[in-house]
Design a protein around this ligand. Structure first.
Ligand code: SF4
Length: 337
C-alpha cells in the first residue's frame, strides 16, 4: 500500500488534543463589613482528560474557593467577578441556572471537604444515590437507576450491598468511597475532590487515593485534588498547582516541581516536608499567610520570602508561562531552570 511519504505528500502532523477543562482568569471577591477580600485573583490553568492536578497551599490560599467558583457555588457576600470555566468547549459560567444545575454531576462533579459527614444518617445510601441520578434523568426506570448505583459502588470497591445500608454502618473510608461513587454516577468529564483524605488514617488515605485513580481511569475524567499534603499529592498527581493569597503562583509537572521548584513558596512547601536529611523533623515556613483583607503590596509572599528584593514589595509579579509550559509568578524566574 502506498504511504503519504511514497506519494511525496507530507504526513499531516497529529492535531493537539484540546484540554477537557480550561479555567481562564477566574476572579472571586468577598465583600465583607471589614472590606473587600480578593479570594481568587486571575487564576488560569488547563487539564486534559485523564490528567490529575493537585492543588496545594496553606489554609485561606484560595483552593476551596477555586472549587466553589468552578461549580458556581460561591455564596454572598462572595461574588464571581470574571473569568471562564470551559468544560468540553462550553463555558459553565455562561450557562443559566437550569443549565448549571444539569452540568453539576453530569459534566463536573464536586466532592466537598467532609462530604462523608454530609451523608444523610436516616436515609439508606442507595436512596441518596438514586436521588442524585433522578435529579438529572427523571424518566430513567427504577431498575436501570439502581443498576447504575450498584455499578458505581463496585467501581469504588464497595459491595453492592452498601446500597441498602445506612451511613452509620460504614467506616470513614467506606463513606468517602460512597461520596466518590456519587461523584461518578453520571460520568463527569471533571471531578474535583476537596481534601478527600482528611480525617482518615494513613492506610485508608492511600486506599481512597487509589480508588480515585481507578475511577478516573474508568471514565477518563480530569481530576483536581485539593489538599495541603504535598507528600501525598506527589505520589498521585501528574501536575501540582501551588496557591498563595488567592493567586496560582506555580503550576508544574509533579517531578519538575519536586526536582526544581520555581517559586520560592513552592520551594518552602517542599522543604518543609519531613525527610531523611532533616530526620523527619517538621520545618515550618516562617511567618503567617496574609489576611486577604490586607494583602502586602507587590508580591504577597514578600514578607516571608527569603529571596525577596526591593522590587518585590513594590511591583506585583506577572504570570509567566515558560517554554516547557510551566507557569510561575515571581520576579526572579523568567526562564527554565
Ligand atoms: Fe519572593 Fe520576590 Fe519572587 Fe515574590 S516575587 S516570590 S518576594 S522573589
Amino acid at each position: 500500500m502506498m504511504t503519504a511519504l511514497d506519494s511525496g505528500l507530507r504526513p499531516t502532523p497529529p492535531r493537539p488534543v484540546p484540554p477537557v477543562l480550561e479555567v481562564r482568569n477566574l476572579e472571586v471577591t468577598y465583600y465583607t463589613d471589614l472590606g473587600r477580600a480578593k479570594a481568587l485573583d486571575d487564576v488560569s490553568f488547563t487539564l486534559h482528560a485523564g490528567e490529575k492536578l493537585g492543588m496545594v497551599g496553606e489554609s485561606g490560599s484560595g483552593k476551596s474557593t477555586l472549587a466553589l467558583a468552578m461549580m458556581r457555588m460561591i455564596k454572598p457576600p462572595g461574588r464571581i467577578e470574571g473569568g471562564a470555566v470551559i468544560v468540553g468547549g462550553e463555558d459553565l459560567q455562561a450557562l443559566d441556572e437550569d443549565g448549571m444545575r444539569h452540568a453539576r454531576l453530569s459534566r463536573i462533579a464536586y466532592i466537598p471537604q467532609g462530604a462523608m459527614n454530609s451523608l444523610n444518617p436516616v436515609t439508606r445510601i442507595g436512596a441518596q444515590m438514586v436521588d442524585a441520578i433522578r435529579a438529572h434523568s427523571p424518566r430513567e426506570s427504577r431498575s436501570a437507576v439502581e443498576d447504575r448505583c450498584r455499578a458505581a459502588l463496585r467501581s469504588v470497591d464497595l459491595s453492592p450491598d452498601v446500597f441498602r445500608m445506612y451511613a452509620h454502618e460504614l467506616s470513614g473510608g467506606m463513606k468517602q468511597r460512597v461520596c466518590i461513587a456519587i461523584g461518578i454516577l453520571l460520568s463527569p468529564a471533571v471531578i474535583i475532590a476537596d481534601e478527600p483524605t482528611s480525617a482518615l488514617d494513613v492506610i485508608t488515605q492511600r486506599q481512597v487515593m487509589e480508588t480515585i485513580d481507578k475511577v478516573k481511569d474508568e471514565i477518563n475524567a480530569a481530576v483536581i485534588l485539593i489538599g495541603h499534603d504535598m507528600g501525598l499529592m506527589a505520589q498521585f498527581v501528574d501536575k501540582v498547582g501551588v496557591m498563595y493569597a488567592g493567586r496560582l503562583v506555580e503550576i508544574s509537572p509533579v517531578r519538575a516541581m519536586f526536582k526544581t521548584p520555581l517559586h520560592p513558596y513552592s520551594e518552602a512547601l517542599i522543604s518543609s516536608l519531613p525527610n531523611l536529611d532533616n530526620k523527619g523533623v517538621f520545618q515550618g515556613i516562617p511567618g503567617l499567610a496574609p489576611s486577604l483583607l490586607r494583602l502586602p503590596s507587590g508580591c504577597a509572599f514578600h514578607p516571608r520570602c527569603q529571596r525577596a528584593k526591593a522590587e518585590c514589595s513594590a511591583v506585583r509579579p506577572a504570570v509567566r508561562t515558560l517554554e516547557s509550559g510551566r507557569v510561575v509568578t515571581c520576579h526572579l524566574v523568567d526562564r527554565e531552570p
